[in-house]
Design a binder for this molecule. Structure first.
Ligand SMILES: C[S@@+](CC[C@H](N)C(=O)[O-])C[C@H]1O[C@@H](n2cnc3c(N)ncnc32)[C@H](O)[C@@H]1O
Length: 220
């Protein structure tokens, strides 16, 4: 772990996780980020979900509770409170690996070429640094995908979109506290770090949220 890589993880305690679905998935997604969970984020999660799946930055595990029962799911998070909350909520027999790991670090080698799909929902905007600093996070995840695998997710942007007064207030507070680090994150910057590692990149912006998917690894 580098000096700051846990900045976006330490706010998730058993208490804040109890409030997370209500505050983030319900109130903030609808009224601040203007990307309602059930209308946009959940369908994006399910559309790209493969049979052998890794969810990174698991939070409360909300999306995983909607996965089909034959899906083999693994969880990765730097925070054990999140890992515990998500695994308790998802169907336990579906959970294959529960990995306490910092996404800035290379994954354990047994995960190389392992997953059909990897999701990162609301992870990138929590990670410290600028979008180019997060390139390594995409590279590490790429290594764990099978050749036809897809990396996908959603992240809140800071630039190139219009914030309302509620979202501008949240952006200010979260960035000041280090819960977010996304003031300069734009669709173009996201596209750049994904295209550095994948041939096929697709990004749709809904409200303040970029919904992305990337596939066909660039072989390096
Ligand atoms: C905003 S929550 C996202 C929860 C869920 N994916 C969602 O969209 O509702 C961010 C998650 O990323 C995890 N996280 C933050 N920094 C991390 C890091 N460096 N490595 C791994 N996980 C990290 C946090 O612990 C937290 O569980």
């Amino acid at each position: 772990m580098n000096n700051h890589s846990d900045n976006g993880a330490k706010v998730y305690t058993p208490l804040t996780l109890k409030l997370y679905d209500w505050w983030v998935l319900n109130i903030s997604n609808q009224f601040a980020w203007k990307c309602p969970t059930e209308q946009y984020l959940l369908p994006h999660f399910l559309k790209n979900l493969g049979h052998k799946h890794l969810d990174i930055g698991v939070g409360t595990g909300y999306y995983l509770t909607h996965a089909p029962s034959d899906c083999k799911i693994s969880l990765m998070d730097l925070n054990t409170a999140s890992l515990n909350a998500a695994s308790a909520r998802a169907r336990e027999p579906q959970i294959i690996h529960k990995i306490n790991h910092d996404v800035f670090e290379p994954y354990p080698v047994h995960l190389n070429n392992h997953f059909d799909s990897i999701s990162m929902f609301y992870l990138l905007h929590c990670l410290p640094g600028t979008m180019p600093d997060k390139d390594i996070v995409i590279e590490n995840a790429k290594m764990a995908l099978t050749n036809g695998g897809v990396l996908y997710g959603a992240t809140i942007l800071g630039e190139g979109i219009k914030h309302n007064s509620f979202s501008a207030k949240l952006m200010h507070i979260y960035n000041r506290k280090g819960i977010f680090s996304n003031r300069q994150d734009s669709k173009e910057e996201l596209e750049r770090i994904l295209s550095n590692h994948f041939h096929k990149v697709d990004i749709t912006v809904k409200g303040a949220v970029a919904l992305f998917s990337a596939s066909k690894n660039i072989i390096i």
